[in-house]
Design a protein around this ligand. Structure first.
Ligand code: FAD
Ligand code: NAI
Length: 477
């Protein structure tokens, strides 16, 4: 048995960051994680994000973007190549190397910060005085007992299953399988036009797959500002050739030897399409498997999320929960910031996390990014607002990059001019959104952004111009 001040369960971006911060604040900290590497033969820290999420998907998006650029954009620059070959296995190997480097980096950070790292699945066992008791099963018939004053649950999420079909990661894939195809499928089906569907659909489309996306909702990217979503839909379908079908009802899925047939209803018609591979990306669900919440009376809601208050406190004293396993967006940076905040609260500090200032990014081309309220939300909440938009079409830097497409929209309060939301589609808006987040965190007005000097020629001038436009002072509009 070992005793700690803080035990963190899960070493994803929520858990590993919480553990490091807790150790930095002087707590004797252990981080328990059950993750294993792709080969299944060694522990791998970093959770979904580093192993089968953010990092590998962005590596593949970059590789596939290079392929697309060479094939479609190089001629414009006067560059011609007599032969272009693409090796999917090499693309996957490069991605695996990035994953290995980063997951190994966490091991180093744990050592540096004196976080004890324990491999295995942790379950609540009970309470011993004011210490919580955990049992860790390493899968080899060995169990270790850990007692801790504070427990931070950071057990993440897993793919939402589709009752009609079982994921085999051979022909029917979840995110893990979609990130590991070693050959380009001729015909790829994707169920769900959410973030994973669009990012993974883009990867395989750019390297030659014919991609059909089947989406149940009648609205494309319902969480995004609908002006931006409509523009994105046009680029993805008309320019890039993704076949995105909305308002679809999947009726049956049948696996063949090397194919998957999907039967669905669309616009009152019954259709059947046979794909080489099918990705199922219909959302994610909280993961409390094996945690034994019932052993200590830990409250879960009806969807399986650990119930927490605004400060990530559960119904149990000194038991906290963060990241994908609790309410709020399932994003790595949200998990990490909650992790830091909880460690600091345990230390008696008063950190604050503003959920309205958490940025969203979808790494398609063009990228989509936003922070704050959409126009639809402002209307629904009856908030009067001003709007300024500006496009990348005439932006010098975007033209030089060959990526002069997209829009930035600034929404500010009609009365006070305080920025309420910023929505973007365009080149590198994943980076550009940081300025909007900073503005919102500092409670800036659109005039504040408009009065800040933006370097020329940069993509950030489009945000500047949108802020000017919100005040009806656009210079290039
Ligand atoms: P996780 O990262 O899921 O980590 C949980 C860890 O807990 C895992 O290692 C798991 O093995 C371990 N665990 C679970 N139960 C136990 C137990 N009982 N005992 C011990 N260990 C346990 N987000 C972004 O912000 N940007 C992106 O670009 C992005 N891209 C994504 C792409 C894909 C394909 C996917 C699937 C997700 C992506 N996400 C992205 C979401 C992001 O990965 C998650 O929001 C983030 O990983 C959540 O972090 P977490 O720490 O809460 O949980
Ligand atoms: P999602 O919630 O983004 O999208 C799921 C989509 O599937 C929705 O549009 C939904 O309407 C649709 N759907 C649900 N049931 C369906 C059905 N039976 N048939 C057809 N369509 C159906 O979930 P996704 O893409 O699985 O991603 C999970 C989460 O991972 C995201 O919500 C996000 O939090 C995170 N993520 C973040 C990324 C980023 O930040 N860039 C990248 C990838 C994932």
């Amino acid at each position: 048995m070992s005793q700690f001040d803080v035990a963190v369960i899960g070493a994803g971006p929520g858990g590993y960051i919480a553990a490091i911060r807790a150790a930095q604040l002087g707590f004797h900290t252990v981080c328990i994680d059950a993750g294993v590497n792709k080969a299944g033969d060694a522990p791998a820290l970093g959770g979904t994000c580093l192993n089968v999420g953010c990092i590998p998907s962005k590596a593949l998006l970059q590789s596939s973007e290079h392929v697309h650029t060479i094939l479609h954009d190089f001629a414009d620059h006067g560059i011609s190549l007599s032969e272009v070959r693409f090796d999917a296995e090499q693309m996957i190997a490069r991605k695996d190397a990035i994953v290995t480097k980063l997951t190994g980096g966490i091991k180093y950070l744990f050592q540096k910060n004196k976080v004890e790292s324990v491999f295995g699945r942790a379950a609540f066992a009970g309470k011993n005085g004011d210490l919580w008791q955990l049992i860790v099963d390493n899968g080899k018939g060995e169990y270790r007992s850990i007692d801790a004053k504070h427990v931070i649950i950071a057990t993440g999420s897993v793919p939402r299953p589709l009752p009609l079909v079982e994921i085999d990661n051979i022909n029917v894939l979840d995110n893990e399988g979609a990130l590991n195809l070693s050959r380009v499928p001729g015909k790829l089906g994707v169920i769900g036009s959410g973030v994973i569907g669009l990012e993974m659909g883009s990867v395989w489309k750019r390297v030659g797959a014919e991609v059909t996306v089947l989406e149940a909702a009648p609205t494309f990217l319902a969480a995004a500002d609908q002006q931006i979503a409509k523009e994105a839909f046009k680029y993805f379908t008309k320019e890039q050739g993704l076949d995105i079908q909305l308002g679809v009802k999947i009726a049956a899925i049948n696996k063949g030897n090397n194919s998957v047939s999907v039967q669905y209803e669309h616009n009152g018609e019954s259709k059947t399409v046979v794909f080489d591979k099918l990705i199922v990306a219909i959302g994610r669900v909280p993961n409390t498997q094996g945690l034994h919440p019932e052993a200590v009376g830990l409250a879960l809601d009806e969807r399986g999320f650990v119930v927490v208050d605004e400060e990530c406190r559960t119904n149990l004293p000194n038991v906290w929960a963060i990241g994908d396993v609790v309410r709020g967006p399932m994003l790595a940076h949200k998990a990490s910031d909650e992790g830091v905040a909880v460690a600091e609260r345990i230390a008696g500090q008063k950190p604050h996390l503003d959920f309205n200032c958490i940025p969203w990014v979808i790494y398609t081309d063009p990228e989509i990014a936003w922070v704050g309220k959409t126009e639809e939300q402002l209307k629904a909440e009856g908030i009067a607002y001003k709007k300024g938009t500006s496009g990348f079409g005439a932006n010098g830097r975007a033209l030089g990059l060959g990526k002069a497409k997209g829009t930035v929209k600034v929404l500010s309060c009609a009365e006070t001019d305080r920025v309420l939301g910023v929505h973007m589609i365009g080149p590198m808006v994943s980076e550009l959104v940081a300025e909007a987040v900073m503005a919102m965190e500092f409670k800036a007005s659109s005039e504040d952004i408009a009065r800040i000097v933006h370097a020329h020629p940069t993509l950030s001038e489009v945000l500047h111009e949108a802020a000017l436009a919100a005040d009806k002072r656009a210079l290039h509009g």
